[in-house]
Every structure is written in structure tokens, then in C-alpha cells.
Design a protein around this ligand. Structure first.
Ligand code: TRP
Length: 334
């Protein structure tokens, strides 16, 4: 039996190359090795967008298009919509009793997101509950492995705590999932400005759906070394976004090492390295854009693929839920 992977995204915007190196690339590679489930977490997205349901709905399709564009095969990986799996909502409701409010408020991932979103005292309850609903996302299918970015590790840790509590109180129904981190270099892709992690809302991202012109423009605007004013000047590669990206995306490591040495010595201009990076990114994203455009012509078929994955997931979920009800002594009618 293949091990089960559970991974996914919140449909709050189109995905970018940070998502690609941090997780999408892994999903394409791992889909044959594992039985992979991919959750489009619309309930989670609604927790910060309760008043914009149409935005969440639009992004469900966008995220699905991004998945298809990068080469996730919906016949191999099971892609599903969170809100259409009632078992996830049920499990969340059972898990809330196993977690204190204080523990939720201490979760570093949630704390950081609450700070970023500027909720102040007005935190939506559903937002605070992310660690619990995410534990339900992972356990309802009994996932063995959860590929996540480093920022999500506290959520996996809390999921394991919930599993231990549940198993101790009721019966050993669940197992603790293992987090799978992306390779070192890919863990946190800097934004174009070199200031923060890449994010669409910060406007420092290259989207998988960007046009060729948009990509060139963004690469040419990338942060390099502000002290490197003339080509002849020695430049710094530390904190230089172009070199950080070359380290990740350029397959020719020897040439990158030579370019770095040349840049540090002086005599290598920013435009030269940016052109090189632009070529590499165009080659990577170009075929994705074509596939995306092809699927985008027929959204009904794309939604049908999503429906198939969701129905398949529901069947698996119903079976596992029976065990939970039995363990909790709430299987009243057998
Ligand atoms: N929290 C993830 C994000 O912000 C999305 C997500 C929801 C998820 N449920 C999950 C990821 C379960 C992995 C496993 O993108």
C-alpha cells in the first residue's frame, strides 16, 4: 500500500513561483510514489474572506488551473474541495473540545498570520481555529505525510498533539503525520524586493499565470546590490535576489559559481545576470502558461475534474468517520 500524502492550498489568490519551488514541484514529483490528496482549502480561505465568497470561488478555479498547469495529473492525484467534505467539518467540531483557547493563541503560525492581517482584537473565530481544522484536513484521510513549508510546522505539531489526545481519550484511531520540508534552498523564496517572503499581496511575486512581458519586467526590477552602480564595480552576491534565484532555478551550478566570482570581482553588470535569469524563468513558466491557457478555455471540464476528485475523497472519508464515531461512543444506531 502506498503511503498517503495530504497537501494543499488556501484559494486566496493565484499561485506564484515561491509556491512552485516550495511545494508544487514536489507534488508533481511525488504523485506517483504516494497516494496524493490535494485539498483546496476554501473553508480556510473563507475564514478571512467571509464577506467575499465570490473571491474565494473564483480562486478555487485559479488554483486548480495552476495545479494543472504545473503538471499535477488529476487522474493520479486526488484534488478535492474542503467545504464539500462534511467529515472534515464534523471532525473539526469534535477536535475543538481537545484544544484550549490558550493553546490556539500561542500557535506561532496563527499568531504571525493574525499580526500580518492586522485583525487586532477582531479575530474571526474560524481563523483562530486553523490549527484545529487543519488537523481535521490531515487526519480525516489518515495522511502519513504532509509536505509543508517551514512556516506551517507549528500546525503539524499541533495536529500531532490533537491525535495523541484523541487516541488517549477514545481509541487509537489516528496516527501522527510526518511533515516533509522542501529542500533547503527552496524553503523560502525571497520576494523580488529582497525584503520578505514572496507573496502576491505584497506585490513582490512572479505568478505562474504572468505573461512573458510581466516576467521580464519583474526580473529587470529585481533587487540586486544597491552599491553596485557601475559595471566595473565589485558587487555583493549576499542578499542579491538575482543570485538567490539563480541558485535555485539555474541548473548549471558551475556557471553560477563563475558568475558570482566575476560579479564580486567587478566587471559583470546587473543586466547580464538578469537576462540570464529571465531566460531561465521564461523557459520554466512558458510551458505552464500554455497548459493553463488551454485548460482555462474550458472551465466546466476543469470543475468536473475537481468534482470527480471530491466525490472520490468523500467515499474514503465516510468509511474512516465510522471508526471515529464508534470510538467516541456516538455511533447511536450502530
Ligand atoms: N494552511 C495551508 C495554507 O495556508 C493550506 C492548508 C489547509 C493545508 N489545510 C491543509 C496544507 C492541510 C497542508 C495540509 O496554504
Amino acid at each position: 500500500m502506498k503511503k498517503i500524502i495530504l497537501t494543499g492550498d488556501r484559494p486566496s489568490g493565484a499561485l506564484h513561483i515561491g509556491h512552485y519551488v516550495g511545494s508544487l514541484q514536489n507534488r508533481v514529483a511525488l504523485q506517483h510514489e504516494y497516494q496524493q490528496y490535494i485539498i483546496i482549502a476554501d473553508v480556510q480561505a473563507l475564514s478571512a474572506n467571509a464577506e467575499n465568497p465570490e473571491r474565494v470561488r473564483y480562486n478555487v478555479l485559479q488554483v486548480m488551473l495552476d495545479y494543472l498547469a504545473v503538471g499535477i495529473d488529476p487522474q493520479v492525484s486526488t484534488i478535492f474541495i474542503q467545504s464539500l467534505i462534511p467529515e472534515i467539518a464534523e471532525l473539526t467540531m469534535f477536535f475543538v473540545n481537545l484544544v484550549t483557547l490558550a493553546r490556539l493563541q500561542r500557535n506561532p503560525t496563527v499568531k504571525e498570520e493574525i499580526r500580518q492581517k492586522g485583525f487586532g482584537e477582531s479575530i474571526p473565530t474560524g481563523f483562530l481555529m486553523h490549527p484545529i481544522s487543519q488537523a481535521a484536513d490531515i487526519t480525516f484521510i489518515k495522511a502519513d505525510v504532509v509536505p509543508v513549508g517551514e512556516d506551517q510546522l507549528p500546525l503539524i505539531e499541533q495536529c500531532c498533539e490533537i491525535v495523541r489526545s484523541f487516541n488517549r481519550i477514545y481509541a487509537p484511531v489516528f496516527h501522527e503525520p510526518k511533515a516533509l520540508l522542501p529542500e533547503a534552498g527552496a524553503r523560502r523564496l525571497m520576494g523580488l524586493d529582497g525584503k520578505a517572503k514572496m507573496s502576491k499581496s505584497l506585490g513582490n511575486a512572479i505568478l505562474l499565470s504572468d505573461s512573458a512581458e510581466e516576467i521580464s519586467k519583474k526580473v529587470m526590477s529585481m533587487y540586486t546590490d544597491p552599491k553596485h552602480l557601475h559595471v566595473a564595480d565589485p558587487g555583493s552576491v549576499e542578499g542579491n535576489v538575482v543570485f538567490m534565484y539563480l541558485d535555485i532555478f539555474d541548473p548549471n551550478k558551475d556557471e553560477v559559481a563563475e558568475l558570482k566570482a566575476h560579479y564580486q570581482r567587478g566587471g559583470l553588470g546587473d543586466v547580464t545576470i538578469k537576462k540570464r535569469l529571465n531566460g531561465i524563468l521564461q523557459d520554466l513558466i512558458g510551458p505552464m502558461r500554455l497548459r493553463r491557457e488551454e485548460f482555462a478555455k474550458d472551465p466546466a471540464t476543469v470543475m468536473q475534474l475537481l468534482q470527480q476528485g471530491t466525490l472520490k475523497t468523500r467515499e474514503a472519508a465516510a468509511k474512516k468517520m465510522a471508526e471515529v464515531r464508534k470510538a467516541m461512543h456516538i455511533d447511536y444506531f450502530g
